[in-house]
Structure formats: C-alpha cells, structure tokens
Design a protein around this ligand. Sequence first.
Ligand SMILES: [Zn+2]
Length: 119
Amino acid sequence: MSSNIEIQKTCNFCGKMFTAHTLHTRYCSHTCNQKHYKQLKREEKLQEHLVPAFTSTTTTEVNYTSLQQKLFLSLDETAAMLGASRRTIQRLIAKGALKAGKIGSRCIIQRTEIDKLFK
Ligand SMILES: [Zn+2]
C-alpha cells in the first residue's frame, strides 16, 4: 500500500524540513531515526545511573578515585578500598603485614604499603 501524500514535516532529530510520505514519519532520513533512537537510549541509561547516585545518602560510599590518589589513608579508608573490615586491617598491621604510622591516636597507612600487600 503506497500513498502519494506529501507532508512537510520537521525532522525530530536534526530539525530539518523534509517531505514525508506517511503521516507518522518523524525523521528526514533513516540515519536521523537511528541517531535519535541511540540518543534516547543513551539518555535513558544516563538516567538509570544518575538516579541511584542522587537518592543514595549513605556515608559508607567511597570515592575510589580520590582514595587512589591519596598518599596516606586512614584505617577506614584502607578498609573501604580493600573491601575489608577495619578489624582485618588492624590484624594485618598487628601481624606486620601492613606497615602503619600513627598521628596521635590516629592510624595512618601509606598508600604504597597497601600496594606492597599484592607483591
Ligand atoms: Zn534529520
């Protein structure tokens, strides 16, 4: 079933005027159709990622990239980075497997000492 109708439409993606031959054509070309579809999908995905980040208020969430760049880490940060508990880290320190320094009563661990654990 082919129709001879010609409708002036604006492309949903690039905004160009084009002549559509069916009422529900929304794009000037197949490329625009695909590109727009991909864009929508991407935005959808982005939304999925953004929503949990905005709704989450937990303080246990760790910014791993910033931890990676730190030279010294606290006991908590080390535990978070290694996915271990504070106690595990304390045990490693007690065993001498992990060298730790002290600032007052605060325990600090040098970032490079953590790397040594894996050598
Ligand atoms: Zn277009």
